[in-house]
Design a protein around this ligand. Structure first.
Ligand SMILES: NC(=O)c1ccc[n+]([C@@H]2O[C@H](COP(=O)([O-])OP(=O)(O)OC[C@H]3O[C@@H](n4cnc5c(N)ncnc54)[C@H](O)[C@@H]3O)[C@@H](O)[C@H]2O)c1
Length: 255
């Protein structure tokens, strides 16, 4: 088992890629702390893992709320004794996020509060716990849009993911000497509710994305989680400060 007895916090573990990550990490022997704001989704994900013989506990937390994050991280340590892996997966992409010229301040703040400030709060409270053991792996989910412009804009989301990549490098340099490595994964378009709900209402955007995808398909959550498994395990001890594109090659595509 690649993650035997590793305590792994996964944010947004109630749905999409986070749910698949929680299931796969548990199957590899991890003790999973399910950090999810949706009570039903978080509890269901946790129950399923336990039902299948894995170890997991649900913490209802909105990662953009500092007090909730502080409390849930402390409770994770109380429950499992340590934190080995922080998988910052939760993120939002509201349909009202468009070009800067027609995006409201409210939408901009919503995206930044979850996608960027959420990772700030999570790392603020988890890193001191990892430092106690001089060991840890932080995995930040960014996006291929951090590197590429798009004619169907989501400017708040794009800016938020650029910030995730930059913060990843800063944490990697600061904390690797203390045993903590930090890496980002930049997924291409993946078949999850977050993307599909948006594309269902926009056939042109869907076709445009598939036309530019060398593999001819959207990614699956497993494509990303397999990379995260490597980053969570000791196999990635010398991988630090990387932003790994797992995108079927879309960022390598000129035409
Ligand atoms: N789906 C894609 O194509 C794609 C591509 C690149 C990057 N990403 C990124 O991957 C990550 C996961 O995306 P997904 O498609 O699985 O999303 P999703 O919407 O399917 O699932 C996200 C989960 O996070 C939870 N969540 C949202 N806000 C939260 C908060 N404030 N606190 C706690 N939990 C919260 C949701 O309840 C949900 O369970 C996100 O960071 C997203 O930006 C997705």
């Amino acid at each position: 088992m690649r993650l035997k007895d590793k305590v792994c916090i996964i944010t947004g573990a109630g749905g999409g890629m986070g749910l698949v990550a929680a299931q796969k990490f548990a199957a590899e022997g991890a003790k999973v702390a399910v950090f999810e704001r949706d009570e039903l989704a978080g509890q269901t994900a946790t129950n399923d893992i336990v039902h299948n013989g894995g170890e997991a506990k649900f913490f209802q937390v909105d990662i953009s709320n500092e007090q909730q994050v502080k409390q849930a991280v402390a409770q994770t340590v109380e429950t499992f004794g340590k934190i080995d892996v922080l998988y910052n997966n939760a993120g939002v992409m509201p349909s009202a996020d468009n070009s800067v010229v027609n995006t409201s301040e409210e939408v901009w703040d919503l995206v930044m509060n979850i996608n960027v400030k959420g990772i700030f709060f999570m790392t603020k409270y988890v890193i001191p716990e990892m430092e106690k053991n001089e060991s840890g792996s932080i995995i930040n989910i960014a996006s291929f849009v951090a590197e590429m412009g798009c004619s169907v804009p989501q400017d708040a989301y794009t800016a938020s993911k650029g910030a995730v990549v930059s913060l990843t490098k800063s944490l990697a340099i600061q904390f690797r000497p203390k045993g903590i490595r930090t890496n980002a994964i930049s997924p291409g378009p993946i078949e999850t509710p977050l993307l599909m709900e948006w594309l269902v209402s926009d056939e042109a955007a869907k076709k445009e994305r598939l036309d530019r995808q060398p593999t001819g398909r959207f990614g699956k959550p497993e494509d990303i989680v397999n990379c995260a498994l490597y980053l969570a395990s000791d196999e990635s001890d010398w991988t630090n400060g990387a932003n790994i594109n797992v995108d079927g090659g879309i960022t390598a595509n000129y035409f």
